[in-house]
Design a protein around this ligand. Structure first.
Ligand code: F6R
Length: 242
């Protein structure tokens, strides 16, 4: 695992955009695993700029997002599908038909999750998975205690995660309590993983991820079992490291 600390969130985000662009330049039909949340927004802005200025061509890329809230369809403004359209897909030359986000309104969630796994496999597996980091150590919506062999499935969100994500909704009661998420094993199958964490609020979670025990109680620590992970931090997020 390589850890890179940049001076601020902008520089950290730029490095992550550069890593994604390098992956796509090396393999035009790359399969990218993408994340939502506040953290990747600047990276997506930089990718949009790079795409517009011809520095990276996303027309051959396939993408799979990590997760989606149960009960929100893709037209719901707080759905992760809407987030991805607004923050990235609508502004770049990726083929919308090759952008996949779990369907939060699937009639048969278990069947949908199994299909999502098989679609990732049929696409050739994920070349580069982008991750953010939850304050409680979650990756995607794999909350503490998630099994390391978990796959795409329905999960319950912890009260802490619901509270943190309430900032994207009008009221906390509007935040769904359940989600579909790729599992830990799904994430660890990616050939390369890039985790971005910025801000002092992530410092404890970063320290536990990198220097605490490797344990399901802190899902991000399980990334240390993967042989190609780059953790990109700003100085604030690195502030808890010894
Ligand atoms: C998002 C996701 C989550 C976030 C994490 C950090 O698709 O799966 O694990 O990466 O909750 O969220 P932010 O970036 O909002 O701090």
């Amino acid at each position: 695992m390589e850890t890179i600390v940049k001076a601020d969130a902008e520089q950290a985000s730029r490095l992550v955009a550069d890593l994604i662009a390098a992956q796509v330049r090396g393999k035009a039909d790359s399969v990218l695993g993408l994340a939502t949340g506040g953290t990747p927004v600047q990276t997506y802005r930089q990718l949009i700029e790079m795409n517009r200025s011809g520095q990276v061509d996303l027309s051959g890329v396939t993408s799979f997002n990590l997760d989606e809230y149960i009960g929100l369809d893709g037209d719901h403004p707080q759905s992760f599908r809407a987030f991805m359209n607004e923050q990235l897909f609508d502004h770049v030359n990726i083929d919308p038909a090759r952008t996949f986000v779990p369907d939060g309104c699937a009639a048969d969630v278990a069947a949908h999750c199994a299909k999502y796994e098989s679609m990732i496999e049929s696409a050739g597996g994920i070349d580069l998975q982008l991750l953010g980091l939850g304050h409680n150590g979650h990756i995607a919506f794999n909350e503490p205690g998630s099994p390391r062999d978990s796959r795409t499935r329905q999960v319950d969100l912890t009260p802490e995660t619901i509270e943190k994500n309430a900032r994207f909704f009008d009221a906390i009661d509007d935040v769904p309590c359940h989600a579909i998420t790729m599992g830990i094993a799904t994430i660890l199958d990616a050939r390369q993983i890039v985790l971005l964490a910025t801000g002092a609020g992530k410092a404890d979670a970063v320290a536990a991820m990198l220097q605490g025990p490797i344990d399901e109680s802190h899902p991000a620590s399980l990334l240390r079992n993967h042989d190609h992970v780059t953790v990109v931090l700003d100085q604030d997020a690195a502030g808890g490291l010894r």
